[in-house]
Design a protein around this ligand. Structure first.
Ligand SMILES: *Cc1c(COP(=O)(O)O)cnc(C)c1O
Length: 383
């Protein structure tokens, strides 16, 4: 057994490779037919109207926020317990990120704290389905309805998850996905925005291409060169060979998620009787895609010492996440006080991510859990 276990890893098979190679042999490396095909496949999988694919999840978030055309200086409430891309997208758009605290059991944003953070400047909420576990979406929607706010769901972890038997991607005004190699499926780098709103969809497709307001193929078929730029867009296009990989990966997504669920159940079973570990559970009527598996260590355990111990055993642990308000950029620009986020702080101090990905082997999970169990024996004097 290879003892060097990363925390996340893509699964690529021969079909994926063939799909990419066949695009490389064809005429269109970018802006070709695979882009539409991937978008249609995503919309069909989710059961929604539209998908726009882009070169990263971060780009997807950026153009989703820009599409809302929120006046400069207004606020968006979001979670601090996420990858910085979530709130960076707010800052890119000259808006102010306002953090709400999280719930310990799911690490998801706490709807009660969202309510406390809403002011007359609040324009939207961006919530993250942490680790693939859907947020308390009904409550968040109710808050958005009562306060007339837009909803963006950062489902970078949660493609394939379900809330009340409906796939993630059907709940917010726009939902974004990431296809980075550690995520549930990959295109190398890549992302998508899905929506049922025709106007939003139109805007997203324009903004990913410099703001150019007509489609290349449309212009070619009309034998026309003219276009206009009314909004300032970017180059967030994704290549056709990445889309070919995405189409091929999407066919395997359900099997990836089944495997992730099996491994998460195995972790739970093997760690059940380890008294210093709190394993995660599903809460409410949800299907969890288990993008990451995070445990909480009990009070007496020093997380950083445990982290080094696992690394010394070649186990790719990680910490998801360093709260965003702790980063210098955010501290220097916004004066966030960690004391205002007591749950985020206490979870951050005790959380650790264990390896989880479809090709992780049962024996590797057993090895990891054996090492965890042995930690207190080795560090016996500390307990
Ligand atoms: C991965 C991720 C993103 C976007 O990441 P990209 O690397 O830009 O695709 C955004 N939010 C969260 C919560 C993520 O985990």
């Amino acid at each position: 057994m290879n003892p060097n276990i990363p925390y996340g890893k893509q699964f690529i098979d021969e079909k994926d490779i063939e799909a990419v190679v066949s695009v490389l042999k064809g005429d269109w490396l970018t802006t070709g037919p695979k882009v539409d095909e991937f978008e249609n496949a995503i919309a069909k999988y989710i059961g929604c109207q539209h998908a726009t694919v882009v070169n990263s999840g971060t780009s997807a978030l950026d153009i989703a926020v820009q599409t809302l055309k929120i006046k400069k200086g207004l606020e968006i409430v979001t979670t601090p317990f996420s990858f910085a891309a979530t709130s960076n997208s707010i800052v890119y758009n000259n808006l102010v990120p306002i953090f709400a605290d999280i719930k310990k059991n799911t690490r998801n944003i706490d709807p009660e704290d969202i309510k406390r953070k809403i002011t007359n400047k609040t324009a939207a909420i961006i919530y993250v389905d942490y680790a693939g576990h859907p947020c308390d979406i009904d409550m968040i929607k109710e808050i958005a309805y009562e306060n007339d706010l837009y909803l963006i769901e950062d489902a970078s972890h949660a493609i394939g998850s379900e809330y009340k038997s409906r796939k993630i991607g059907n709940h917010a005004d726009m939902t974004i996905f990431s296809f980075h190699p550690v995520k549930n499926m990959t295109t190398g780098e890549g992302g998508a925005v899905v929506t049922d709103n025709n106007e939003f969809d139109k805007s997203l497709k324009i903004l990913r291409n410099q703001g150019i307001d007509t489609d290349l193929h449309e212009r070619q078929s009309k034998k026309d060169y003219m276009y206009d730029i009314k909004e300032l867009g970017r180059n967030y296009r994704i290549t056709d060979f990445q889309c070919a990989l995405g189409i091929s990966q999407l066919k395997k997504l359900n099997s990836f998620i089944t495997k992730r669920n099996e491994l998460a159940n195995l972790y739970k079973k093997l760690l059940e009787n380890v008294d210093f570990v709190e394993t995660p559970s599903n809460w409410g009527n949800v299907k969890n895609s288990w993008h990451i598996y995070t445990i909480l260590l009990k009070k007496q355990i020093d997380r950083d010492d445990f982290f080094r111990y696992m690394k010394n055993n070649n186990i790719g642990v990680n910490v998801h996440y360093i709260p965003i308000y702790r980063f210098s950029y955010y501290k220097n620009h916004y004066n966030f006080d960690p004391l205002n986020y007591p749950v985020t702080e206490s979870v951050f101090n005790k959380i650790i991510t264990l390896p989880l990905y479809p090709c992780l082997k049962t024996e590797q999970v057993e090895y990891i859990c054996d090492k965890i169990r042995n930690y207190t024996l080795i560090k016996g004097e500390k307990k």
